[in-house]
Ligand binder design. Sequence first.
Ligand code: ADP
Ligand code: MG
Length: 382
Amino acid sequence: MSAILPGATIGILGGGQLGRMTAMAARSLGYRIQVMDPDPSCPARFVVDACFEGSWDDARAAADLARGSDVVTLEIEQIAVASLEAAAKYAPVRPGVAMMRIIQDRILQKTWLVKHNFPVGDFRAIHTEDDLQTAIVALGGRCFLKSARGGYDGRSQAKIGFGNAAGSPEGEAHDAWRLLGQRPAVAEKALDLEKEISVMVARAPNGELKSYPSAANHHEHQILAWSVIPSSISPSLETQAQEIARRIAEQMKLEGVLAVEMFLTRDGQLLVNELAPRPHNSYHASERACVTSQFEQTIRAVCDLPLGDVSVVKPAAIVNLLGDLWLDREPKFDRALAVPGVRLHLYEKHLPRAGRKMGHLSAIGETPEEAVHRVLQAKDLL
Ligand code: ADP
Ligand code: MG
């Protein structure tokens, strides 16, 4: 296998903010970039050489993208297997189809993790409303129901047993099952969380592997609100988290990057929540914190170049800017940018909607706490 050198063309399936920031890193390295996305004015549109319009299951569009590319990668896990296979006829697809098939289905993903002895919380595969009724009891009454396919940012999920719904537990299960469209799902025991962390790992086709120091992640309403690198967990937990992420990448023969989201429970267990085989919101701060950003690392990994140094140069945090901030008026960016160490990253999404990720603020600090404090202060000033 030989490296795909600058000047070559990289195809990205998906042109959202992750595709956009990956494309910006690729440009900076001297590559040409084309993306495929259902939306012709997607965020990556403005920074790439070509944009192919196509939905995630449009195998023809995926093949068109691949035909003019030296390598194809992706920024979203929900690309149909048939599209990935169609693309793979013309260019290497990294991460590969076999791994994507497992990851894009929560039932297959969790079953794979259990089979390979990775720690996960208690869960049940759900195919019928009866399965759900049984699972709720078996899982202790409180659980998260998540569609097997297609969810992100807490979408396609329902919380059951939290006392916020009227009626009986049976009624709540019935409503949740209908809300998610009566499609295959997993029910997960609701865990008592001390902290959420993630570890980004990169592996090149030549076998080189590097994992970033863990990030600590704070969610609100099941959407990532802010995140900081490094996470400040204990050295022994950090060792465990690194080992889990690296072993998953090795076992899956990852070609590209993979974010491993993990839960740290109040009783001290470290459990894998889910896998994301692409750049991840919780590593946006790597652009400020680390020698090599997750976006550059993605390019290095899929092009089979030497991987970049992942060490932390300075703690950095990010806070997401959701569309809600735009609903009354344009945010006061000038005020946020007056906070020392703060930068603004907007995705050029033209339609702000509640819950839609429009951009983020980042900040560096002498400590992780200072970075978080600054970035939250900047957001308050918007
Ligand atoms: P998404 O694909 O939307 O990121 P996740 O499965 O990561 O979905 O869930 C989003 C967030 O919801 C998690 O980061 C966590 O904060 C919360 N959550 C999900 N599952 C559980 C659980 N079993 N117990 C406690 N909190 C959970
Ligand atoms: Mg998640």
